[in-house]
Write a protein that binds this ligand. Structure first.
Ligand SMILES: [Fe+2]
Length: 294
């Protein structure tokens, strides 16, 4: 992790590649992770859980990062908010990054609060030219402070804005291209939003430039009949696995991880789910090679 505070985002280094399949680092599994090394290629730690001066979680992170590559994933950057960037938050994130040396740092393309009030949700932006310019400026500022490119993740959403001028996927791509940041593509979020807003999830995937996709998220959700809620408390559903099969054809070799944030199952269940992701990626790679050879 570079230690320079001032670095132009134009020259910010691209995140180092990270092969394989990861899991979210959850406190329920610390001990088992330490006792069963090698079953997971890397872990994603939630930044805000470790932006503290000490304590047990930070001790575990310090311990496990000796054996596993780590990435940091945040929920509080508020890249799309209109409040000023929280420089204290960024300083604390940078301090953590210097300590953990993550392969990259990610957060969400959303806003999370307004007028100093934290709304504790990942809220979608209006996809307008004005919002685009605003977000691009803020991504550049964040990258300058952190001294590296960040990854921005597409969020799941339940509302849309009448003012939007761009599709969500065009907005995401424009942010990445203009700010020179990378994309964390959440396949479940695409599925959820595609159902909620009746757009074509596969068209979304096809619009994303592969060179910008550095990581893929998978997760479970809750289907309420008329809409889907992104709950991260269930196994991944077959339709999302199917969409993932499409994603790994378009973005081969991109590291994938599974997010589980509630109703945390035994570690073995997540390992089995991760093996399912490995199998789908391997099958897609085989089929792509066969098609190329035919
Ligand atoms: Fe995600």
């Amino acid at each position: 992790m570079p230690d320079t505070l001032a670095r132009s985002s134009d020259t910010a280094p691209k995140p180092a590649d990270l092969p394989g399949f990861g899991l979210g680092l959850r406190h329920q599994h610390y001990q088992q992770i330490a006792e069963a090394p090698g079953r997971v290629d890397w872990f994603e730690a939630l930044s805000e859980n470790y932006m503290v001066p000490g304590g047990r979680p930070l001790w575990w992170l310090d311990t496990l990062r000796r054996d596993y590559p780590m990435v940091l994933h945040g929920v509080s950057l508020g890249i799309g908010a209109v409040d000023p960037l929280d420089m204290d938050y960024l300083a604390a994130l940078k301090t953590l990054a210097v300590r953990v040396e993550p392969r990259w740092i990610s957060d969400h393309l959303c806003f999370t609060g307004h007028a100093g009030v934290n709304l504790h949700d990942l809220l979608p932006l209006p996809y307008t030219e004005e919002a685009l310019a605003h977000v691009v400026d803020r991504v550049r500022s964040v990258q300058d402070v952190l001294g590296c490119r960040i990854l921005l993740e597409n969020v799941s959403s339940y509302v849309q804005y009448a003012e939007s001028q761009l599709s969500e996927w065009n907005f995401l791509v424009e942010v990445a291209e203009r700010a020179d940041c990378d994309i964390l593509l959440d396949v479940n979020n695409i599925y959820v939003s595609a159902f909620n807003h009746e757009f074509d999830a596969r068209a979304y995937l096809a619009a994303i430039p592969p060179a910008r996709v550095r990581q893929i998220h998978l997760a479970g959700h809750t289907h309420k009949g008329s809409h889907i809620i992104d709950t991260h408390d269930h196994p991944i559903v077959p339709d999302v696995w199917s969409l993932y099969g499409e994603a790994v054809r378009l973005f081969p070799g991109v590291p994938t991880m599974i997010e589980r944030d509630a109703d945390i199952p035994p570690y073995a269940e997540l390992l089995a789910e991760l093996d399912q992701a490995r199998g789908i990626a391997q099958r897609a790679a085989r089929e792509t090679a066969q098609e190329a050879a035919a």
